[in-house]
Design a protein around this ligand. Structure first.
Ligand code: HEM
Ligand code: HEM
Length: 197
């Protein structure tokens, strides 16, 4: 941005846009990164748990549902914050394929971050088991329906799979910026000060 050949548009953007994501978005990014990676691992791991002794498998399912609901609220909060606050200008040139890919990948990550907990909640709501939030039984919104339960369970699995693929792309992009381009991208998502070059 400080390059003397930078266009007028770039200079205006540099003067008006922040250099980093604001602190709330940084905190939510990292809290959700840890929570979501744990939750993905828990979801995959608990699928193969035995049904005996009674309650063993259910206790892990209930933990997954409770954590999932917390993450769902944090995701809504993050999305609300994101659309009402300014974010730094893109690091890549605006009309480059890298920037288009980054914009769409971020949009799809946000979409799948919404779809995964919503389908999980709906799948559980149509099952005959109550949804418990850390032991507290939530009101039943829907009558049990095995067809809708399996539809949303499939949708939950599929959206979690798409989410995991997008995360692999996200990690590859971040590592490319860190180790190949070395453009200080990671600092934009931390509390330290990002430089302008
Ligand atoms: C579950 C894990 C993660 C999710 C869901 C996630 C999601 C996202 C999303 C949606 C954005 C776009 C932010 C926005 O424009 O509002 C973003 C940005 C970013 N993420 Fe992640 N992320 C995850 C893990 C990570 C990890 C492990 C790293 C580092 C190794 C990382 C580094 C970054 C950086 C540096 C940015 C800023 C990109 C930029 O300036 O354009 N993320 N992340
Ligand atoms: C917020 C993020 C969430 C993530 C990342 C996540 C991830 C996963 C994953 C990876 C699986 C294994 C899928 C499979 O192999 O079939 C799974 C299963 C499951 N999840 Fe989630 N989940 C989330 C939220 C929720 C919520 C909010 C609920 C319910 C309130 C829920 C309920 C379930 C249930 C019951 C299963 C077992 C399979 C099924 O019957 O659908 N999940 N989850």
């Amino acid at each position: 941005m400080t390059d003397k050949h930078a266009s007028m548009d770039d200079q205006v953007a540099a003067a008006t846009e922040p250099l980093q994501y604001d602190r709330m978005l940084v905190v939510l990014h990292w809290v959700l990164a840890i929570g979501l990676i744990y939750q993905l691992g828990l979801g995959l791991w608990m699928e193969d748990l035995p049904k005996e002794p009674p309650g063993y498998r259910a206790q892990w399912f209930n933990l997954h549902k409770s954590i999932g609901l917390c993450l769902g609220f944090l995701i809504l909060w993050r999305l609300g914050w994101r659309v009402t606050h300014s974010v730094p200008a893109p690091v890549n040139p605006l009309d480059s394929w890298q920037q288009k890919l980054a914009t769409w990948a971020h949009r799809l990550i946000y979409l799948s971050m919404l779809l995964v907990p919503i389908t999980g909640f709906l799948g559980s709501s149509f099952s005959s088991y109550p949804v418990k939030f850390f032991g507290w039984v939530l009101p039943k919104w829907f009558e049990p329906d095995p067809d809708l339960k399996s539809f949303f369970a499939e949708a939950h699995e599929l959206s979690a799979l798409v989410f995991m693929c997008l995360l692999l792309l996200h990690f590859a992009a971040v590592f490319w910026h860190m180790f190949v381009k070395r453009d200080g991208l990671l600092k934009r998502m931390t509390w330290g000060r990002a430089s302008t070059d």
